[in-house]
Design a protein around this ligand. Sequence first.
Ligand SMILES: Nc1ncnc2c1ncn2[C@@H]1O[C@H](COP(=O)(O)OP(=O)(O)O)[C@@H](O)[C@H]1O
Ligand SMILES: [Mg+2]
Length: 293
Amino acid sequence: MGGRSAEREISLKSGTRVLAALQARGVDAHAFDPRDESLEALKAQRYDRAFIALHGRFGEDGTIQGALEYLGIPYTGSGVMASALAMDKWRTKLLWQAAGLPTPPWILLGPESDPADVSKRLGLPLMVKPAREGSSIGMSKVTSVEKLAPAYALAARYDDVVVAERFIDGPELTAGILGDAALPLIRLETPREFYDYEAKYFADDTRYLCPAGLSAESEAAVQRVALEAFRLLGCSGWGRVDAMLGGDGQPYLLEVNTIPGMTDHSLVPMAAHAMGISFEDLVLDILERTHVG
Ligand SMILES: Nc1ncnc2c1ncn2[C@@H]1O[C@H](COP(=O)(O)OP(=O)(O)O)[C@@H](O)[C@H]1O
Ligand SMILES: [Mg+2]
């Protein structure tokens, strides 16, 4: 837990809670922060397995997964390739598009992009996001042509790959994945412009609806697409797929989180709870799915 990404604080919250759950269930678990301790120290401590509660770069992106494989320590969640791919929203979208899975139309932005042209092709409002960041960091909802350049400049501070994406004005849905199954969908509602950093971790006016209020048929259809999207990237173990429901009733896939939050505001624990799975059982279930390679 911890690490050195922009999501360090959230990771510490997730990790602390996971650690408490493991210890409550009698697992001889200890915190390890790769920001402060070397991988040699991890090796020397002779752990049987690692529950990875890191978010963002150097944790969720395949690097720690690769290091653990090299050290021969089994770990939770997706492997190296799937972690790296899911971290990259642009390449994720390319794969989904190639497989015929629905994702909002997008354009890659560069310093030379013409705001008028981009706005015309995608429509307004649109979303601008750094390809490899999380927690809505560096992301903006652009409501007028003049706001595109500042939105690009902000996103470019976090990544040299910046995606402009069509805004899907539907309800927002997220599907937790545990093993081979999708958990019940959660519908997110926020009075803010979108589900931004504040809404995710601090606001108390964000509403989480589970059940999400879809027909059984529609719920199953979204879960199916989410699972397919997850598997297509090669993801495994557990994770969470974010999507927006379009006016056409179709889910538009946004991204896969291979190490979703496990804080007391987090969505996978909420969806598990709706199925009668306690936080401790969820943590143990994820732990049991550890693998090397
Ligand atoms: N194309 C889009 N249309 C509408 N809302 C979007 C779109 N893309 C992102 N959002 C909003 O921004 C939030 C964060 O976007 P997401 O792609 O999931 O990135 P991350 O969670 O990694 O920061 C989403 O939960 C959603 O509220
Ligand atoms: Mg998201």
